[in-house]
Design a binder for this molecule. Sequence first.
Ligand SMILES: C[S@@+](CC[C@H](N)C(=O)[O-])C[C@H]1O[C@@H](n2cnc3c(N)ncnc32)[C@H](O)[C@@H]1O
Length: 221
Amino acid sequence: MLPTPYVKCDYNKVYEPAEDSFLILDCLEKEHDFLKQRFAHRLAVVCEIGSGSGIVTTFIMQNEILPPETSIHLALDINPWALESTLGTAKLNSCDDSFLDVIQSDLNSCLRNNQIDILIFNPPYVPAECVPEVPRSREEADQWLDLALLGGKDGMAITSKLLQQLDKILSPDGIAYILFCARNKPEEVVQEFLETYGWNVKLIEMRKAGWEVLSVYSFTR
Ligand SMILES: C[S@@+](CC[C@H](N)C(=O)[O-])C[C@H]1O[C@@H](n2cnc3c(N)ncnc32)[C@H](O)[C@@H]1O
């Protein structure tokens, strides 16, 4: 079993790693050999959207899911506090050999088209009346934190936006790992995605976490 990064952040400002974060780590551990092989002969660009504390990106770098000399890592989050936390977590776990850049971004808005080889997204997936407004100032920490959880109708408002952008984000042989909870109705979402885009979608991990059932699916062309 690969080690989990040590994380020490201010959880009044960024999402505290929980079962969903750990399910993503398990998924990446399971996919380790596959990913190493898939990107064995070239530089791979790894991008996590919504990096929060940085636990997932740090896990990838710390455990060399891809070798540091042939991978670069981007961690994006809408929450400015998450960017500092992600850099802090990477440093705390001695990931100095890896190239990491952090960018404040609403989903993929900062990315050039078709450059990402591995995309990871643990989204705000909790159903809510609406997605909270983006705070006006950096100091409104608790409001930034609300953006980590609340996902609007069926908890899918943000994830749906990302799914519509996948073709623009991923490189030709790129792969995305996206987390869902049962209330997102992932089977229906996947079916609709298959009918619309005709990609390959695979269930990688599924686990009961308290009263929630979480799953991670991979998406490839
Ligand atoms: C459930 S947390 C996951 C955090 C971390 N990846 C983990 O697994 O512990 C969701 C993250 O997505 C970020 N987020 C929410 N909406 C976003 C958006 N539109 N664009 C980028 N990041 C967003 C939140 O700030 C939060 O850090």
